[in-house]
Write a protein that binds this ligand. Structure first.
Ligand SMILES: [Cu+2]
Length: 279
């Protein structure tokens, strides 16, 4: 019975299990759903009872009732109390949904260097201020993820990946979501809520994944012809494996930049410096 109930509830509530904020959202849905179910059963049950008990029979005369103050005050106050209780519960849980928690012991060391950009009322940092910040860029029709670790002062040369975001486990990851063209929507259900990527604006969210695993998502707002293909995968790996992966991405980018530099110098020599405006 307990299992049946939880399976049924899970069918109606958001996916969860990847990150604590997603779990909090899920439990809020479940509590609200149970309260709504109890009210639904009580109201429909009462209606059915009245329909059967007081159905038409020969010789019966319907009672003429004009108002019942006590009953009316009762259900108004009752509804208000339920609403208030749900609102208080929601606000009580809101901070654990919106505010990132600290990384767990054994989290990635990069979290201490990558997260110290700035904190604003919108961009929230964990209490200890340490998070691995990844910039999520929505573009038609692929997600790009830019990691900290740029070797150049202008921020270029930072490691990045497309479609699959690799993250370390036990580490608080904050996302800075932007768009390069039209409005997109970042959504990996098991890791929390939906966040829009709006050109010219920043949206922020976070997650912390405890165990290695793969979490699937999909751009959640129609952004054009290729929208259906705009999928996202978050792959959580142990911190040591993540560091290795990131170092490799960095190496690839550094090599590519070095090649580009050589090619640029070659072109400059052929056409004269300044001829290649945007190499
Ligand atoms: Cu889309």
């Amino acid at each position: 019975m307990g299992h049946l109930l939880s399976t049924t509830l899970a069918f109606f509530t958001p996916e969860s299990g990847g990150s604590s904020n997603a779990n909090q959202i899920d439990s809020l849905y479940k509590i609200t759903l149970v309260v709504a179910l109890i009210i639904f059963v009580a109201v429909e049950g009462g209606l059915l009872y009245a329909l059967i008990k007081f159905r038409w029979r020969k010789g019966r005369v319907a009672a003429q009732i004009r108002g019942n103050t006590r009953l009316e005050v009762g259900w108004t106050v009752g509804a208000a109390v339920i609403l208030l209780a749900l609102a208080i519960l929601t606000f009580a849980k809101l901070s654990s949904i919106q505010n990132p928690s600290n990384s767990s012991p054994g989290g990635d060391k990069l979290a201490s260097s990558g997260g110290l950009l700035y904190a604003s009322s919108e961009r929230k940092l964990p209490p200890d201020g340490k998070a691995l910040n990844i910039r999520v860029i929505g573009r038609q029709y692929i997600w790009q993820y830019v990691y900290p670790g740029s070797s150049e002062p202008d921020g270029l040369g930072a490691p990045y990946s497309y479609e699959e975001m690799v993250v370390p486990t036990k580490t608080t990851v904050t996302l800075d979501i932007v768009s390069a063209d039209v409005v997109h929507s970042w959504w990996v259900p098991q890791l929390g809520g939906k966040f829009q990527a709006v050109p010219g604006y920043h949206s922020y969210t976070w997650f912390k994944i405890e165990k290695p695993g793969i979490y699937k998502g999909q751009c959640a707002i129609l952004c054009g012809r290729g929208h259906a293909r705009m999928v996202a995968t978050v792959k959580a790996v142990p911190p040591a494996q993540f560091d290795e992966w990131l170092a490799y991405q960095k190496k690839l980018i550094t090599e590519a930049n070095a090649h580009a530099k050589v090619a640029r110098a070659k072109l400059n020599a052929q056409t004269g410096a300044g001829q290649v405006e945007n190499p």
